[in-house]
Design a protein around this ligand. Structure first.
Ligand SMILES: *Cc1c(COP(=O)(O)O)cnc(C)c1O
Length: 802
């Protein structure tokens, strides 16, 4: 230990010199961050080369347009088991680890749950000792930084690479060329039809590898992120043909632009085409480079599914299917039938949504223009598939039209994904049932054996061990360290539900975390939160279906209650919101503005401020989530039943001892099944109810407006100048969505039930011992939602790893 610390210190000093040209006495914390990461990166590489990678084990490649990996410094320190020597070594050199940590930028290469899931999965692969690598894009700018001005969301570029990224390795010698556009020449060679792409525009894909370390394992996997670069020869050739004078820089720039942004502006055709090209760029570069490696192993193509699995995270990487077909048929000279067998046996697909607007389609003519050979292959796939269905369902035109991969001028990416893979999974039990019975019904009838459920999970290491060190320590003191490797062992906490001393300690830990968050909020927003209040948290993307509106309308109602009954006892509440609205989603932006408006009124009113506080924290991110979630008493999971495929925020908060106030939707149902009805606050319409009301016209929001005085009051506040608005136009879209357009998400319908459960929470919280007991039970049963379990289950049932 002593010796290791001395080794660390000398490596650190050396790294300061070589990377920054600094000595200990003139180095800043920012310099120290770079030097520390350099030492850690070196240690990771030592592990990487010592691990035995030669064995022909089956490997998974997880393709995703998003990886929200979060900061890695703390992860590496802990997973490598060097936290203590580093912390104390730095101290002896005059640095504090806590001061160094904030210099790490959180790469925002994802939008929300889907990207975070991909990151938790990588963590679990490595920690379980499985070979599972990520394949993604290295966006020059991550998801926008959110700023509020007068409650309005502004989007600023997230320049995460500004100071360089410490954990990546650029591998230019492993670059791959990816082609767009051009024409297809058909010729016959050796009695075989050949397709030649000519006049295409080729972009170079350069990989940047980020090593992914497992928790106390020897495994180091890779997240490979691809970046677009111009090909110099091509640029020069073009210059020669078109004259050097104009625009060569602009041309180079245009090629690089391909990987500039996560979610290019989808309100313009140009932006959407860019996204289409990004999707193909990801899979073409990814699969070409994987197959190159595979060929070096001298295995036969037909054996490929025994060694490689390609998983697509939602439909965004679905061009992988025709791209793999293209390579096998055109470049490796395999027959269509053989290639199809290899492709379908190696590809599997996770569906993440049943929201109609989120089911991806691409205009046929765009695919044809920008990916001409891929288009031909899709057409062939479609013809063969429709023929197969014709044999199965002779004469059933309607069914086949609905199943087709290409219809009405659109390529349906979900259909391509289902037909081209051997396994399709939903992400929670309810979601998978809805896929089978509703959205993908006809596919389920055709291929029932392909459909399977895999409920999402979260890394208990990131979301408990690292995000909540006080709670982790308390747990380990009580039941030992076993839970870190086997999270289901958290159930060993159950006997402590009758141990009032332990419960008292649990309460102290929560209070401590609330105090930490309060300090942060004071520093960032200038508001002093009451840490004795109930911390009631709703943090996630802002969306109609997630129903932040239900929460805020209820807050307006509470405000009035307190104003009208100043003497009535009221359990103090702090409502915490955070989340980004998609830049083009006007309605969601209005919701943010409403939250901001309400928070200003409430926080400035001295009559209520000891009882009610509302804050909106800007720029929700992985790092911010790690600050907020450990401090939550109440976890708001309000999605309209049927709309949230799974949710993972619900699992993170449960694991940190928050009690869920939620609809019976997504994985909330499975949380309910774990903890039992005494330890959760369910409310609202069931999935069946929602489907029923959507089909009948038995629900009229206006009736509730007239019959429920709380609803009427709250909605009137949106348009009548008074406490909340000066200008009646600001929130009129919200008002009309709820009344004129009959409340698509059933906000008003669920209001009464929601308010009841909120009252129950206020009452229950007064009995702190019982509340702490419920909290403990939530933590104890949360191990079931570790992504280690989820990945083990994918590995056994979908990828068939040993
Ligand atoms: C977990 C997480 C999400 C997903 O939250 P949901 O409540 O499941 O929508 C989104 N963003 C970040 C940064 C997260 O950590």
């Amino acid at each position: 230990m002593m010796q290791e610390k001395e080794i660390f210190k000398s490596l650190f000093i050396k790294a300061l010199r070589t990377t920054k040209g600094k000595q200990i006495n003139n180095a800043t914390d920012a310099d120290a961050f770079v030097a520390l990461s350099t030492v850690l990166a070196e240690w990771i590489q030592e592990k990487n080369t010592s691990g035995n990678k030669q064995e022909p084990v089956k490997q998974v490649y997880y393709f995703s347009m998003e990886f929200l990996i979060g900061s890695l410094l703390a992860t590496h320190l802990n997973y490598l088991g060097v936290n203590e020597i580093v912390e104390s070594g730095l101290e002896e050199l005059g640095f504090s680890l806590e001061d160094i940590k904030p210099y790490e930028h959180d790469p925002g290469l994802g939008n929300g749950g889907l990207g975070r899931l991909a990151a938790c999965f990588l963590d679990s692969f490595a920690s379980l000792g499985l070979v599972g690598n990520g394949v993604g894009l290295r966006y020059r700018y991550g998801l926008f930084n959110q700023r509020l001005e007068d409650g309005k969301q502004f989007e600023l570029p997230d320049n995460w690479l500004g100071e360089g990224y410490m954990w990546e390795y650029r591998k230019p010698t492993e670059a791959i060329d990816v082609s767009f556009g051009g024409d297809i020449n058909t010729l016959v060679q050796n009695d075989k039809l050949q397709f030649q792409l000519v006049n295409a525009e080729t972009v170079r894909a350069v990989p940047y590898d980020v090593p992914i370390v497992g928790y106390q394992t020897e495994t180091v996997n890779t997240l490979r992120l691809w970046a677009a670069e111009p090909i110099l020869d091509q640029v020069l050739m073009k210059a020669k043909l078109e004259g050097y004078a104009e625009n060569m820089l602009a041309y180079q720039r245009r090629l690089e632009e391909l990987t500039d942004f996560l979610y290019p502006d989808d309100s313009t055709e140009e932006g959407r085409i860019l996204r289409l090209k990004q999707e193909y760029f990801l899979v073409s570069a990814g699969i070409q480079s994987i197959l190159k490696e595979y060929e070096k192993r001298q295995l036969s193509w037909s054996d490929l599914p025994r060694f490689l699995c390609f998983h697509i995270n939602d439909t965004h990487p679905a061009f992988l299917i025709p791209e793999l077909m293209r390579i096998l048929v055109d470049e490796k000279d395999l027959s269509w039938e053989e290639s199809w067998e290899i492709t379908t046996q190696s590809v599997s697909y996770t569906n993440h949504t049943t929201l109609q607007e989120a089911l991806e389609t691409w205009p046929e003519n765009w695919v044809k223009t920008f990916l001409p050979r891929i288009y031909m292959i899709l057409v062939e796939m479609n013809e063969r598939f429709c023929r197969q269905m014709w044999e199965k369902y002779p004469g059933d035109f309607d069914r086949i039209a609905e199943l087709a991969l290409i219809a009405d001028g659109q390529v349906k990416m979900a259909h391509v994904s289902i037909v081209g893979s051997h396994s399709i999974n939903g992400v929670a039990k309810l979601h998978t049932e809805l896929l089978k019975k509703k959205e993908m019904r006809l596919f389920y009838q055709a291929f029932p054996e392909r459909f399977i459920n895999k409920t999402n999970g979260i890394s208990h290491r990131r979301w408990l061990m690292l995000a909540n060190p006080s709670l982790s320590q308390l747990i380990t003191e009580a039941i030992g360290e076993e839970w870190l490797q086997s999270p289901k062992k958290l159930t060993k906490l159950l006997p402590f539900q009758t141990d009032s001393i332990f419960l008292e300690k649990l309460q102290q830990v929560k209070h401590h975390n609330k105090q930490l968050l309060a300090n942060y909020v004071k520093q960032e927003v200038g508001i002093l939160l009451n840490p004795h209040a109930i911390f009631d948290v709703q943090v996630k993307r802002i969306h109609g279906y997630k129903r932040q509106l239900l929460n805020i309308i209820h807050i307006i109602h509470l405000y009035r209650e307190i104003k009208n009954n100043p003497m009535k006892p009221f359990a103090p509440r702090v409502f915490i919101f955070s989340g980004k609205a998609a830049p083009g989603y006007h309605f969601a932006k209005q919701i943010i503005q409403l939250i901001d408006t309400v928070s200003k009124v409430v926080n400035q009113d001295s009559d209520v401020k000891d009882k009610l506080q509302v804050v909106f924290l800007e720029n929700f991110s992985n790092q911010l989530a790690e600050k907020i979630i450990p401090a939550a008493d109440v976890s708001e999971q309000l999605s309209t039943a049927t709309k949230e495929a799974s949710g993972t925020g619900n699992m993170k908060m449960m694991m940190n001892g928050a009690l869920t106030l939620g609809t019976m939707d997504g994985a909330n149902i499975e949380l309910f099944d774990q903890v039992g009805k005494a330890n959760i606050y369910p409310f609202g319409l069931s999935a069946q109810d929602v489907l029923h009301y959507q089909q009948s016209n038995e629900y009229t929001a206006k009736d509730l407006y007239h019959s429920d005085d709380r609803i009427r009051y709250a909605l009137d506040q949106l348009i009548i100048p008074g406490d909340f608005v000066k200008d009646e136009a600001v929130f009129k879209d919200i008002y009309h969505a709820l009344l004129t357009y009959n409340d698509e998400y059933f906000v008003l319908k669920d209001f009464d039930d929601y308010a009841k459960q909120q009252r129950k929470i206020s009452n229950d919280y007064q009995e702190r011992n019982i509340w702490n007991q419920k909290s403990l039970i939530n933590i104890a049963y949360s191990g079931r939602f570790s992504s280690d379990d989820t990945i083990a289950s994918y590995a056994a049932d979908i990828w068939k790893l040993e």
